[in-house]
Unconditional design. Structure first.
Length: 282
C-alpha cells in the first residue's frame, strides 16, 4: 500500500515538473522577413506587410523586422500617443545582444541632430564633392536642418561610435511620421555596426539575437531643468520621473527643456521590452 502511494506521489511530482518545464520553455523567436532591396527610411509603413507584425500590449505598439545582407530594418508603430513619453527629447534606443540575454551591452541610440547650414554644406562636400555657390546659397536659405541618425552607446549611455551625417549607407538612420494607424518610427541598423567594437557582436544571417527597445524617461539635462523649476517654485523634488511632462522649443539650439507643473501628471515614464529575433536568409 505504501509503495502504491509513493508511486502515485512520485508520478504526480513528475507531471508537475514536466508541466513547469513546458511553461518555462524558450519562446519561439520572431522571424525577420527578407528585404529584397534596401528600404527607404521615411517613417511610412507601406513597404511592410501587416501579416508580419508583432504586438506589445503593455505599451500598445506594433513592431516588425526586415533585413538583407547589409542592414536590419525595424518598424515601430505607437497605437496610443501616451506611450510616446519623452521620446522627442530622450531619443529611442535599440539594444542588440547576440548572446540571447536581456542584457545591455551595445545599443544604437536614435534621435534628431540639429546642424547649421554651413555644417550641412561641409558634410555634403565631404561625401559628394564641392558644391556651386548657387547650391550653397540655396542650402543657406534655411539657417539649420535636422538630421535623423543613431550612434552606438554602451550600457551606461556613453557614446562609443558617433554618427557622421556625411556618412553613407553604414550610418544608422531613422524617421518618424504620424499615419492613420499610429505614430510610425522606422529604423535602419547596419549589420556590421558593432563589429569594430567586439567580434562577439556580429549580426549573422539566420542567427537569433535579443533585441531590446527603450525610450522615454528623463535625461540628466531634463532632470536638472526639473530641479531648477521646482526650486524656483518652492516645490520639493520627489525624484519620480512620472511627476513631470516635458515640452520642447525646437527653435532653440541649446535644446532647452521647459517643465510645466500644470501638466506633471502626464508623465515622463521610461518604457522598455525585449524580443528574440531570427535574422532572415536570402
Amino acid at each position: 500500500m505504501k509503495n502504491k502511494t509513493f508511486m502515485r506521489v512520485f508520478l504526480l511530482f513528475i507531471m508537475i515538473v514536466a508541466v513547469s518545464l513546458i511553461g518555462f520553455s524558450k519562446e519561439e523567436a520572431f522571424e525577420s522577413s527578407w528585404a529584397a532591396s534596401s528600404l527607404k527610411i521615411d517613417g511610412i509603413s507601406k513597404e511592410w506587410s501587416t501579416d508580419s507584425f508583432g504586438f506589445e500590449k503593455k505599451v500598445k505598439v506594433d513592431y516588425a523586422f526586415m533585413n538583407n545582407d547589409e542592414s536590419l530594418y525595424v518598424l515601430f508603430v505607437f497605437k496610443d500617443r501616451k506611450y510616446l513619453s519623452t521620446i522627442r527629447l530622450t531619443g529611442f534606443t535599440i539594444w542588440l545582444n547576440t548572446e540571447g540575454k536581456k542584457k545591455k551591452i551595445y545599443g544604437i541610440k536614435f534621435r534628431e541632430r540639429k546642424v547649421s547650414a554651413d555644417e550641412l554644406i561641409a558634410a555634403i562636400e565631404i561625401k559628394e564633392g564641392p558644391r556651386s555657390e548657387a547650391e550653397k546659397q540655396q542650402i543657406k536659405a534655411n539657417p539649420f536642418y535636422f538630421i535623423y541618425q543613431g550612434e552606438v552607446i554602451d550600457k551606461k549611455g556613453k557614446v562609443l561610435i558617433e554618427s557622421s551625417f556625411a556618412g553613407g549607407k553604414n550610418v544608422p538612420g531613422f524617421r518618424s511620421k504620424a499615419q492613420k494607424e499610429g505614430i510610425v518610427h522606422e529604423f535602419k541598423v547596419p549589420l556590421k555596426v558593432l563589429e569594430q567594437l567586439s567580434a562577439d557582436q556580429v549580426l549573422e544571417l539566420g542567427k537569433t539575437l535579443k533585441v531590446g527597445f527603450e525610450w522615454g524617461g528623463l535625461t540628466k539635462e531634463l532632470k536638472d531643468a526639473k530641479a531648477k523649476q521646482q526650486a524656483a517654485s518652492g516645490v520639493k523634488a520627489s525624484g519620480r520621473a512620472s511627476d513631470v511632462a516635458i515640452t520642447e522649443d525646437v527653435r532653440d539650439g541649446s535644446k532647452r527643456a521647459l517643465t510645466s507643473m500644470a501638466s506633471m501628471r502626464k508623465g515622463a515614464t521610461k518604457h522598455s521590452f525585449w524580443v528574440d529575433v531570427k535574422l532572415a536568409q536570402k
